[in-house]
Design a protein around this ligand. Structure first.
Ligand code: NAP
Length: 522
């Protein structure tokens, strides 16, 4: 297929893509309900306790039976990774690159089956699911590209000006050891595969623990690594609750961690590591409360489309979702009308179906949160421009379906202007001018993504002043969402991220290695 799938190109895919997705979906659906082990030392490991993995589309659908791993499994996985580290870290980087490129090729070979499974487990629409799987293959390839472009991060430095001696200095980036990757439910593939590939290609061995809601799809990802021929213990996959298994993994027995998830859990992990004998690299990729600023000079059709896509793609459960819209008074009414019009045309339903844009939210807890937030908004003075209700009739009866919801009139002093709801709820506020909009946009702890619609000159001002790791101007494909490795490296400032370097970008890989200077004097 000529077509290159990214989150920005996915709105108009070729017919062949739909045909292949439909046939993969039929195959995946025919095989639902199987039991899957954890993977430690390349072997399936089964726990005494199991859990049924249900679809948020219909709670009666059991997708898979997964293992409820415990402290013992955490220990086993970390020991396996520790044992494999000397061999893997001394494997030439070219061979590590070869194995990871093979993994990326396997993901691409299985792209449609993987995406169908993801759509059923996460509730993402088919294009978002295909995007997540393809992005993961691209993240793996990008990690390999960076290793190659930097020739394994071995650099000749200057020679000391010694008289009578020759001093050769070489800077080498070397892996830390065992790396832990804890991922969230919303991009289970990319946010597991991306950090894992960076850690592995750098020579670390890895233990991955996915969100409990997405244990199945991450197991299918772990199989791609195993099937590509990674040696025993280099990549280990465990499943089970964050509060027990996850907590046991967050220990001084790992040398580094990439955690992607909520601020509260991330900060706890950060504190837990402070009790170790020395400092461990802790890469935290956390929440967002992403603002879109709309100037009176904006193309309002473009703005409305970009805002709706970013507010309600994946049901608002993207860390990059457009959750706040700040509009100059002169165009407030016009934009509001356009947002309402586009949103009311969105199709809600089973996200594996071609026509559907919004699927269900991830679980019962999110479903309850949606209803509670809507009540809080109502009692706080907010008006529902669209939505505000859950859907419970007919095909919606057994899933967690919520209407896409735009809110106006909520005072800026209300706590929900600052709190990440992580649901299809976006607040819209009227501002006097762009300075007021910027002040409001930056008046949150988070700093992940942001969007702007206005003139070319105003866009420069926006980039100069906005406090966020990813910023877009005049992008109808997604006002705040849709980053892609190699094009828009992804990461956050302030409470949204700890490293200051974005994944899928040129500064990312070195985060997984420490520097050694090797001086030889003759
Ligand atoms: P979460 O509740 O924080 O969970 C994230 C992961 O942490 C899951 O695997 C979870 O396992 C595990 N976990 C929970 N408690 C733990 C503990 N005490 N010790 C170790 N691990 C623990 O987040 P989520 O609901 O899955 O994802 C939503 C959040 O992720 C949002 O805040 C979103 O903005 C953020 N996010 C950020 C980015 C980014 O790049 N900045 C990207 C995507 C999402 P269980 O599922 O078993 O509890």
């Amino acid at each position: 297929m000529e077509f290159k799938l990214t989150y920005a190109t996915m709105f108009n895919p070729p017919e062949e893509l739909h045909i292949r997705f439909d046939s993969a979906l039929a195959i995946v659906k025919a095989g639902l309900g199987k039991e899957y082990g954890m993977i430690i030392n390349n072997k399936d490991v089964f726990a005494d306790e199991k859990f049924d993995d249900h679809s948020p589309i219909n709670k009666d659908w059991t997708l898979a039976v997964m293992q409820k791993g415990n402290e013992k499994h955490a220990r086993q996985a970390m020991e396996a990774a520790r044992k494999a580290f000397p061999g893997w870290s001394h494997t030439p980087w070219q061979e590590r690159v070869r194995l990871l490129r093979k993994t990326a090729a396997l993901i691409e070979e299985r792209l449609f089956e993987l995406s169908a499974a993801m759509s059923l487990e996460v509730g993402k629409n088919r294009m978002e699911s295909l995007g997540d799987a393809q992005e993961t293959a691209d993240l793996l390839k990008y990690s390999c590209d960076q290793m190659e472009a930097n020739q394994g991060y071995i650099f000749e430095m200057g020679r000391d000006p010694l008289v009578g001696f020759e001093s050769r200095n070489v800077s080498v980036l070397r892996p830390y050891g065992v790396w832990l990757v804890i991922s969230p439910f919303n991009f289970p593939f990319a946010l597991t595969g991306g950090p894992t590939s960076a850690a592995l290609v750098s020579g670390n061995t890895v233990v991955i623990k996915p969100a409990t809601d997405t244990a199945w799809i991450v197991r299918l990802l772990a199989e791609c690594f195993r099937d590509a021929g990674l040696p025993e213990g280099v990549l280990n996959y465990v499943s089970g609750p964050g509060s027990t298994l996850g907590k046991a993994l967050v220990s001084c027995a790992v040398d580094g961690v990439t955690f992607t998830g909520s601020f509260d859990v991330g900060v706890k992990i950060y504190r837990d590591f402070s009790t170790c004998n020395w400092m461990h690299p802790i890469l935290l990729e956390l929440g967002g409360k992403n603002a879109v600023i709309v100037s009176q000079h904006a193309d309002l059709d473009r703005a409305a489309l970009g805002i709706v896509r970013s507010a309600f793609g994946l049901q608002g459960q993207k860390c990059s979702a457009a959750s706040r819209v700040l509009v100059e008074a002169a165009v407030f009414d016009d934009l509001r009308a356009r947002l309402k019009d586009i949103t009311e045309k969105l199709v809600i339903g089973d996200p594996t179906e071609r026509s559907v844009y919004l699927g269900p939210v991830i679980n019962n807890s999110s479903y309850n949160d949606y209803q509670n937030f809507c009540m809080e908004i109502y009692s706080g003075g907010g008006t529902f421009l669209t939505g505000g209700q859950v859907l419970t009739e007919g095909a919606f009866a057994k899933g967690y379906f919520c209407q896409p919801t735009f809110v106006t009139d909520l005072p800026f002093s209300h706590r929900l202007w600052k709190h990440e709801m992580f649901l299809p709820i976006t607040t819209i506020g009227k501002v006097k001018n762009l300075d007021e909009a910027m002040k409001e946009a930056n008046n949150v702890n988070y700093g992940l993504t942001a969007g702007f619609f206005g003139s070319e000159e105003e866009s420069g001002w926006f980039f100069d002043h906005i406090e966020s790791g990813v910023a877009y101007a005049n992008r109808p494909q997604g006002a705040t969402t849709g980053a892609w490795p190699g094009f828009q490296p992804f990461g956050g400032w302030k409470a949204s991220g700890s490293s200051g370097k974005n994944s899928g970008g040129r500064y990312y890989l070195p985060l997984y290695m420490h520097e050694q200077i090797q001086t030889r004097v003759r």
